[in-house]
Each structure stands twice: as C-alpha cells, then as structure tokens.
Design a protein around this ligand. Structure first.
Ligand SMILES: *[C@@H]1O[C@H](CO)[C@@H](O)[C@H](O)[C@H]1NC(C)=O
Ligand SMILES: *[C@@H]1O[C@H](CO)[C@@H](O)[C@H](O)[C@H]1NC(C)=O
Ligand SMILES: *[C@@H]1O[C@H](CO)[C@@H](O)[C@H](O)[C@H]1NC(C)=O
Ligand SMILES: *[C@@H]1O[C@H](CO)[C@@H](O)[C@H](O)[C@H]1NC(C)=O
Ligand SMILES: *[C@@H]1O[C@H](CO)[C@@H](O)[C@H](O)[C@H]1NC(C)=O
Ligand SMILES: *[C@@H]1O[C@H](CO)[C@@H](O)[C@H](O)[C@H]1NC(C)=O
Ligand SMILES: *[C@@H]1O[C@H](CO)[C@@H](O)[C@H](O)[C@H]1NC(C)=O
Ligand SMILES: *[C@@H]1O[C@H](CO)[C@@H](O)[C@H](O)[C@H]1NC(C)=O
Ligand SMILES: *[C@@H]1O[C@H](CO)[C@@H](O)[C@H](O)[C@H]1NC(C)=O
Ligand SMILES: *[C@@H]1O[C@H](CO)[C@@H](O)[C@H](O)[C@H]1NC(C)=O
Ligand SMILES: *[C@@H]1O[C@H](CO)[C@@H](O)[C@H](O)[C@H]1NC(C)=O
Ligand SMILES: *[C@@H]1O[C@H](CO)[C@@H](O)[C@H](O)[C@H]1NC(C)=O
Length: 691
C-alpha cells in the first residue's frame, strides 16, 4: 500500500479491507486523501548545513524526513520526558525562546537517538535579556590576531567581544531544526499536542498521537574539500552539485573616478578607504536582519558618502576616498579578503601601496551618552585618531579611545592589517565587549533599535518619519564625512558644508528594515533590478555566490544615486557611454513616482560591484588557512507537516491484515483462473463444437 502512494502513511488507508479497495479503485485520489490527513506548515525556516575546510555545522534530516511525536517543552526539567522517560520516542521537541539555550540544545544533541528534531517558535517580540547563537570570539581564526602576531591578543584573550555568544550556530546537529512563526501554524500544533499527546495526571498518552515530520536533507557531508571533490566528479558525469561556496558581490565607489581598465598600482594615487560590512547571519538561514551589526554601519557610510558629494566635487581633497561595502564578512571575512587578494594580484584598479589609511564603521546604532569608541590596533596606530577627535568635538560627540593595549574588534580592517601595517580606525559604540545583545541573531531587528512609527501613519508617511535612531545615525554620518574629508587632505573651511541628511537616513532605514518596495527606491532602482524590491525586511545572510543579491543591488544603486549626477542624454547615448575605459558611467533608470510607465535616466557615478568569492575557491586550495572556505550544502526539499500516528503495533497489524488479504485474493484469483474451465464451463460453448 505504501508503495502505491508513497506520500500517504499506510495505516490510515489500509486500516480496513474496504478502505484498501476504495483506495485502489480511486487511484487518482492520492493527493486529496493526503491533504485531509496532513497539515502542512507554512511559515517554516530551517537551519541548513554549512561546511569549512575541516568541519560541518548546521542541521539536517534523513532523506525521507524525520518523524517524531510532538512534545511541547515547558521547562528544562521537562527534558527528562524527551531524553529518558517518555514512552514513544523519537520526539519532535517544540521550544520557545527562553528554552532555546546552549544547555538544552546540547542535551538534545547528546540524546539525539530519542530526538527526531526541534521546532523553535519565534516570539512576536524580542526576548528580554540577550540571545546570540554566534561564537563569543567572532572570526577568531581569520583575523590579524594570530599567535604569530601577538600571542597575548590571540583568541580574544584580551577582550571577549561577544560574551553572550553561545556558539550554537557553529554546532553540528544530526536532526532538523526549524523555526516557526507564532501564528495559526503553531496554534494548530499546540492544539494537536494538547488534545492527543499531553500526559494527563502522569498517565501515558494513548494512540493515535500527534506527530510532526520535517524534511531538510542535505546533500553535502564532512567538509568543503570533500564536497568540492564530489562537485567535480558530478560535473563530469551529470551536473549535480552538492555544495556551493558562500559569497556575493562587494560594492565600491570613489569620490573621484578611477580608471577601472588599468589594474594594479596607480602612480600619484593615494586613497582613504571608508569601509562597512553588508552582511549578517543568524542560526536559521534567511532570517538575518543584522540591524545593529550591519545596517547601522553601512547606512551611516552611505549617508556620509552623500554628505561628501558636494564638497568632494567643488573642493577636491588631494586624496581619493574609496567607499567599500564588504559581503560575507560573517564567514571569515570573505569580501575584504577578496579585495586585499585582488589588490595583491593586480586585479583591482589600485594596490595596497595606494592605501593611505582605513576608516571602518562597525556597530554604531546603540550609543550611550553620544559616545563613540575609536578602536585601533596596538601595533599600527597613527594620526587618523586626531582628525576624528577634532571633528567629533565640534559635533558634541565624544570620540574616545579605549585602553591602548586592547586589540581591534572583529573588523574587515584586520584583513588589510594582515597584509601590512596600515593606519586605521574602527568606529564602534562599545568600548570593549559588544553593546549588541543580539549579535548575529534574528532578534537584531528594528525593534531592538527602537525604529518604530506611530501606528496611524501610512507607509508613505512612515518612509519620511525621522526616528531618533535616524537622527543619531545622521550625526555619526556627519562626523564620518568630515573626518574622511580631513583625512583625505581637504580644507578645514569646507567642513561645515559637510552634513548628512536625516531624511535620507530615515528613508534608507525604512527601505532596509521595513520594506524595500517603496516609492523612494522605486525611483532609484534601475528597471532591470526592480525585481529586487520586496515587501519585507531585508535578509542579510550572504548565501551562495551570486552576481548581486538583494542587499548588494540596493546598496549599489543607492551609492550611485547618492554620489552620482544625472546626465541629460538619451537612453541610447547612455548605453553607449564607454563604461569600462573611462570608469565614470553607471547607468540607472528610474520611474517617476506614480506613473505606470518607467522612464529611465542616465546617472554618472563610480558605484561598482566586484566579486566577493573567497580566494580559496579561486585557487582551489582548501588547506590554506588564510582564506574562508565556507560552503553551503544543497538540498532538494525543505518542508514540515503534522499528522496523527497510530501505534506501531496497530500499524503492523494493519499491514499484516493487508498482506493477508492481498495473498488470499491472489490465491483466490489463481485458483479461479486455473479452474475456470470447470467453474465457468456451463457458460461457455464447447471448444470442439463444429458446424
Ligand atoms: C571550521 O569550523 C569549525 C566549527 O566552527 C571550527 O572549529 C574550525 O576551526 C573551522 N576550521 C577552519 C579551518 O577554519
Ligand atoms: C550524553 O549522554 C550520555 C548517555 O547517553 C551520558 O552518559 C552523558 O553524560 C551525556 N553527556 C552530556 C555532556 O550530557
Ligand atoms: C488565523 O486564524 C484566524 C481564525 O481562525 C483567521 O481569522 C486568520 O485569517 C488566520 N490567519 C492566517 C494567516 O491564516
Ligand atoms: C497552510 O496553507 C494552506 C494553504 O494556504 C492551508 O490550507 C493550511 O491550513 C495552512 N497550514 C496551517 C497550519 O495553517
Ligand atoms: C585607462 O587605462 C587604459 C589602460 O591602461 C588606457 O588605455 C586608457 O586611456 C585609460 N583611460 C583614461 C581615461 O585615462
Ligand atoms: C549640494 O549642492 C547643491 C547645490 O549646489 C545643494 O542644493 C545641495 O543641497 C547640496 N547637497 C548637500 C548634501 O549639501
Ligand atoms: C596633498 O596636499 C598636501 C598639502 O596641501 C601635501 O602636503 C600632500 O603631499 C598632498 N598629497 C598628495 C598625495 O598629493
Ligand atoms: C529604546 O527604548 C528604550 C525604552 O524607551 C530605551 O531604554 C532604549 O535605550 C532605547 N534604545 C535605543 C537604541 O534608543
Ligand atoms: C536620486 O534619486 C532621486 C529620487 O529619489 C532623483 O530625484 C535624483 O535625480 C537621483 N539622483 C541621481 C544622481 O541619480
Ligand atoms: C536636456 O537636453 C535637451 C536637449 O538636449 C534640452 O532640450 C533639455 O532642456 C535638457 N533638459 C534639462 C533638464 O537640462
Ligand atoms: C502623483 O501622486 C501625487 C499624490 O499621490 C500627486 O500629487 C501627483 O500629482 C501625482 N503625479 C503624477 C505625475 O501623476
Ligand atoms: C595551498 O596553500 C598552502 C598554504 O599557502 C600551500 O602550502 C600549499 O602548497 C597550497 N597547495 C596547493 C595545491 O596549491
């Protein structure tokens, strides 16, 4: 019976002979029967498997999905039922936030023979306290602080940056873990559990029980070298990959055009790099709002670039400012390591010798008392600090230096330092450990930064509503803009003309944290990228290597709009602009606000994208510890459903009866057909009749 309709659990249909017959007669009805029995879960997000040079992390189910009896965990003591005393293992454990802790998850991992999987119910508001599934020392093996650089600074010996980090994101679970939105799905689950599974007064619950099945089978195993080898084998036979390198595209632009065709060292060029990261992550793939960890930084940098547009065009400082937005930094600095690699290999319009200094904007959304901390490297500090402090004083921001012996926090700048000692500063809102209590988690969202709007506002009004957070970030952006200008050698008299626009900051925050599909971005995004606009908050999880994901495309176009200028030429001429040779043009169309017909226009800007793929995949060398080796496994199906199961004995009994009935009917058929001559002789003409 199961083989006839593999998606339908046998016991419901084979429970009686008549059901069996009915089922065969109505052979077409597999699906409609399936729908009556199963309730599919709609808003699920899985944890997926990632691999590096030596390990696999994440979660997976068996090929046919893991099935377990539902158990809603009420407290840590309640784990005993799952791991030891419950009579119907394996269990599918339903958890809520306070119980999604390292201690409980590790106990479940240890008892995985009795655990079929875990479903985490996402609360509708952020948990009190903190929650970070990331490690307490992010990117500890890929930054500059190795044993060789300075043994006293390696492995966060000096400062533990993310003390709340539980490291759950880096564990390997051999059962699936899904997150469920707290809505009708979870209501159905709770009801099913209460009605069928909850032990009442210590008695064991009786069949049928409510069960859940989760599918998230992962194709790749062991580590990156293994799965890349399998990719190569598969490639020669049939193109079926098992894993893909993590990566995306970086975005960069400059305060004055750089010849993009001429790669490598440029004589007479000296650049100040202004950097921010573009990505974040969380335990579950595809829910990474990264509000404080990434958005606060790159929105500030975009606003600073905008503030610098006039000043850098009217009174050009003699150094160029290079705006760089790095992707994949959560996974051992994929984007920045690629930029440094390209500079070393003369694949970038500049090389390392062209870099004057680096100013990186880290997490700046949670300042207390207007304080910003200027982090430097104890081994390579120089004059940038003075410039920053000078402009900070004018703005009533206090820019303070932490303890001089403290190393840099995890930052892209470390990848530059790894190459050579360049002066640089990393701006943060924390002195030592992170202020961010939700680092690299799904709760690092706009609620955490108090970006809320009065409820009566329409979406259009929300887009323009300047929140306190937007004001605070505007202030930081003004400071960053002025410091960059000064650092680039600009005149002090221009500084007062450099002011970030709080309207633009608030529009950007709305676009990244509420919805990118709004009237402002619709005008800025070129017609061929309009598909990147969405009605939900942006997901900053880097994903697998692709030309340009949603965040990359948006930042690329925004940078063009905020630093470029509109050319009054026809579309044809715009397309004919010599983009590569002169490196000035970047074309972006746009639509007028409320017309259905999109009218393109031509924008001259220096905003560009370039590959953010780890050099390890360029060189096919996964033993080189210098580069990120993270890959993501492929999968075929990710889904979940709940249904009722009968006891194993009943299943076996039904199957037995079914087989018995089948054999009896086969025997009967055989008997009847072999004796047909006798049985049906009267109804037949004699075969030897002649006429
Ligand atoms: C791979 O990831 C694991 C788990 O986080 C870590 O222990 C290990 O050091 C990493 N290996 C490399 C080569 O980075
Ligand atoms: C893991 O489970 C075994 C029994 O299955 C137990 O003896 C051991 O203490 C557990 N380890 C941890 C770390 O809980
Ligand atoms: C959830 O259930 C309620 C009542 O049962 C219903 O009104 C509502 O539309 C459902 N929501 C969704 C998203 O299905
Ligand atoms: C999921 O969506 C389908 C179709 O929209 C609906 O029939 C089903 O009830 C939903 N599942 C739950 C658990 O709400
Ligand atoms: C850019 O560099 C290329 C190659 O070196 C050169 O041919 C071209 O003339 C340069 N363009 C400008 C505008 O300098
Ligand atoms: C740049 O200059 C133009 C006019 O020259 C002015 O309208 C605009 O507000 C200035 N922008 C900024 C950001 O100062
Ligand atoms: C920039 O100008 C300053 C003086 O205005 C000069 O000292 C410095 O050498 C110049 N730098 C470059 C790269 O030309
Ligand atoms: C958000 O609001 C709460 C309560 O008003 C306040 O305690 C907290 O400091 C605010 N956070 C930010 C980032 O403004
Ligand atoms: C930027 O977008 C605005 C619309 O919001 C438009 O008016 C302006 O011309 C654009 N500027 C550039 C340089 O693309
Ligand atoms: C754009 O150029 C056309 C002719 O080339 C001219 O008629 C028109 O006035 C220009 N528009 C603007 C805004 O400069
Ligand atoms: C666009 O809509 C606004 C208000 O929604 C209106 O004032 C304006 O006239 C409209 N513009 C066009 C070109 O239709
Ligand atoms: C990979 O990189 C390591 C470290 O740089 C080097 O020793 C090794 O020879 C490289 N292997 C290959 C196959 O290039």
């Amino acid at each position: 019976c199961a083989s006839i309709c593999p998606n339908v659990k046998p016991f419901f249909l084979c429970r009686s002979f008549s059901a069996f017959l009915l089922f065969i007669l109505a052979g077409v009805s597999c699906n409609s029967v399936g729908k009556k029995i199963y309730v599919d879960l709609n808003n699920t997000v899985p944890c997926v498997r990632l691999l590096n040079a030596t390990h696999q992390i994440g979660c997976q189910s068996s090929l046919s999905g893991n099935v377990g009896v539902l158990h809603v965990l009420e407290s840590e003591e309640n784990l005993d039922w799952v791991l030891d005393s419950g009579p119907n293992p394996p269990y599918m454990v339903i958890l809520e936030t306070p119980l999604f802790t390292r201690s409980i998850m590790m106990k479940l991992k240890n008892g995985s023979s009795r655990v079929a999987g875990v479903a985490f119910v996402v609360p509708n508001s952020n948990p009190a306290g903190g929650f970070s599934p990331h490690t307490s020392c992010p990117n500890e093996n890929s930054g500059v602080y190795t044993e060789g650089y300075d043994p006293t600074l390696a492995n966060c010996k000096n400062t533990v940056w993310n003390p709340l980090g539980s490291g759950l994101s880096y564990e390997d679970f051999d059962f699936p873990i899904f997150s469920l939105k707290d809505d009708n799905d979870t209501e159905v689950i709770r009801q099913c559990y209460i009605v069928h599974n909850r032990p009442v007064n210590g008695s064991t619950p009786r069949y049928p029980l409510c069960a859940m099945q989760l599918f998230s089978h992962m194709s790749a195993v062991t580590n990156t070298p293994t799965c890349m080898r399998r990719n190569d084998i598969n490639f020669s036979i049939s193109p079926e990959y098992v894993c893909d390198p993590l990566g995306d595209s970086n975005v960069w632009g400059s305060s004055r055009p750089l010849n993009n065709t001429a790669k490598g060292h440029k004589m007479w060029e000296s650049v100040v790099i202004a950097a921010a990261r573009l990505d974040s992550r969380s335990f579950f793939s595809n829910v990474a709002p990264g509000t404080e960890s990434a958005v606060s930084g790159f929105v500030t940098l975009l606003a600073a670039a905008h503030a610098l547009r006039n000043a850098t065009q009217e009174a050009q400082p003699n150094r160029t400012i290079l705006y760089a937005f790095f992707q994949g930094e959560a996974f051992d600095y994929i984007g920045s390591s690629r930029m440094v690699y390209d500079m070393e290999k003369n694949q970038f319009p500049l090389d390392m010798d062209n870099i004057h200094s680096v100013l990186e904007i880290g997490q700046v959304g949670l300042r207390s008392d207007s304080k910003l901390w200027l982090h430097t490297d104890p081994v390579s500090r120089r004059n940038l600090i003075e410039n920053l402090q000078l402009v900070a004083r004018e703005l009533n921001i206090s820019g303070e230096e932490p303890n001089l012996s403290q190393p840099l926090p995890p930052s892209s700048f470390q990848r530059f330092l790894l190459n050579r000692p360049i002066p640089g500063v990393v701006l943060e809102d924390h002195r030592s450990e992170y202020t961010n209590r939700f680092y690299e988690s799904m709760f690092d969202n706009r609620e955490y930064l108090n970006i809320t709007y009065p409820p009566e506002l329409t979406p259009e009004e929300q887009l323009e509503y300047v929140t306190d957070t937007a004001k605070a970030l505007t202030e930081v952006a003004t400071m960053v803009g002025r410091a960059l200008y000064k650092q680039a050698g600009g005149e002090d008299s221009q500084l007062k003309n450099i002011n970030a626009d709080s309207q633009i900051v608030t529009q950007m925050l709305y676009s990244f944290l509420v919805q990118s599909n709004n009237s402002w971005l619709q005008q800025i995004i070129s017609p061929d990228s309009i598909g990147h606009l969405n009605d939900r908050p942006l997901n900053l999880y880097v994903g697998v290597y692709q030309q340009a994901s949603e965040p990359t495309a948006l930042v690329h176009h925004l940078l063009a709009n905020l630093t470029g200028s509109v050319l009054n030429i026809t579309q044809e001429n715009c397309n004919n602009q010599r983009e590569d040779e002169e490196d000035k043009e970047s074309k972006h169309g746009a639509a007028p606000p409320n017309s259905t017909e999109r009218r393109g226009f031509c924008v001259r800007s220096t905003s560009r994208v370039f590959r953010a793929l780890s050099p390890a995949f360029e060189e096919h060398n996964y033993t080189n510890k210098a580069y990120s080796t993270w890959t993501e496994s492929r999968w075929k199906s990710i889904r979940g459903r709940i249904f009722l199961v009968a006891s194993h004995e009943l299943e076996m009994l039904t199957l037995g009866v079914g087989i018995g009935v089948l054999l009896t009917s086969l025997l009967l058929t055989y008997f009847i057909s072999s004796k047909a001559d006798i049985l049906f002789s009267s109804a037949r003409e004699p075969t030897n009749a002649t006429y």
